[in-house]
Design a protein around this ligand. Structure first.
Ligand SMILES: Nc1nc2c(c(=O)[nH]1)N[C@H]1C(S)=C(S)[C@@H](COP(=O)(O)O)O[C@H]1N2
Ligand SMILES: [Mo]
Length: 238
């Protein structure tokens, strides 16, 4: 077992421990039904802090061989695949916000002209399935430095064409395997899988991999996320 896996097992054990202590304690007070909820949110926030403290910005997520790629891939979103947004690649503009010096929006052509990196990595959804895929794109850290982002800020947030939104911690944003993916299996991304650009972050669970990103912002104000605001763990290292 790698250090990385041992750590993620530890986090899961801690998270489970928090849940399993509940019935034995007085947290389920019928006069105060919000208390158990508050307790779990406090535990999850604590879990975020532990995961952030133990995150090693140099530890790489595992990579795989081409013959290990999951084919066909698996789609997931908060709606059916037939509802996936279709963004016109010709008029697409990536908007930038928050603590960034150069805020003019980026066209797809300009993003495609930047140096790219490819990876065959695994994506794990909290629902319990995994896929191995090949993604290619611009390292997010390179992009953030290029646009003069304040990389001392805590958060990088993402807004998507379908109304989805999410956010990640700055050390994870600067991790070498965190990319703004433009290609999947060496072809431009298709609409259900995040066209024209998506975040691909193999050190985090599936819901942190925002698809069809239309805005990136850098901020110190906690941005939350579509699933995170409904109780999914925010850090969600995998
Ligand atoms: N825009 C957008 N991005 C999203 C989602 C979504 O509903 N909308 N779902 C997330 C979840 S929960 C997962 S597991 C992955 C699934 O990505 P895939 O369809 O490429 O497998 O996308 C993530 N990014
Ligand atoms: Mo997911």
């Amino acid at each position: 077992m790698t250090n990385f896996n041992r750590r993620s097992m530890l986090f899961r054990a801690l998270a489970l421990g928090a849940v399993s202590t509940l019935p034995a304690c007085d947290y389920e007070d019928p006069n105060n039904p919000d208390l158990a909820d508050k307790f779990l949110h406090a535990m999850s926030a604590w879990n975020d802090r532990v995961q952030a403290a133990l995150f090693n910005p140099h530890t790489l997520a595992p990579t795989f061989r081409p013959d290990q790629i999951t084919n066909p891939p698996r789609f997931n979103a908060f709606y059916d695949i037939s509802q996936a947004p279709v963004v016109d690649p010709a008029s697409f503009k990536l908007e930038l916000g928050g603590q960034i010096q150069d805020k003019p929006p980026w066209t797809l052509a300009a993003l495609n002209a930047l140096p790219q990196t490819a990876q065959i990595t695994r994506m794990t959804c909290v629902e319990g399935w995994r896929v191995i895929g090949e993604w290619e794109g611009v390292p997010l850290g390179d992009f953030l430095r290029r646009i003069g982002a304040d990389t001392t800020c805590k958060y990088v947030s993402f807004k998507c064409a379908d109304g989805y939104y999410s956010s990640i911690d700055m050390p994870s944003a600067l991790h070498p395997q965190t990319i703004l993916a433009l290609k999947f299996l060496q072809q431009p991304l298709t609409p259900p899988f995040g066209a024209p650009i998506r975040l691909r972050i193999p050190t985090k669970l599936g819901h942190k991999n925002s698809k069809s990103v239309v805005q990136i912002a850098v901020t110190n104000i906690y941005p939350g996320g579509y699933w995170e605001d409904q109780g999914y763990n925010w850090f969600s290292g995998s």
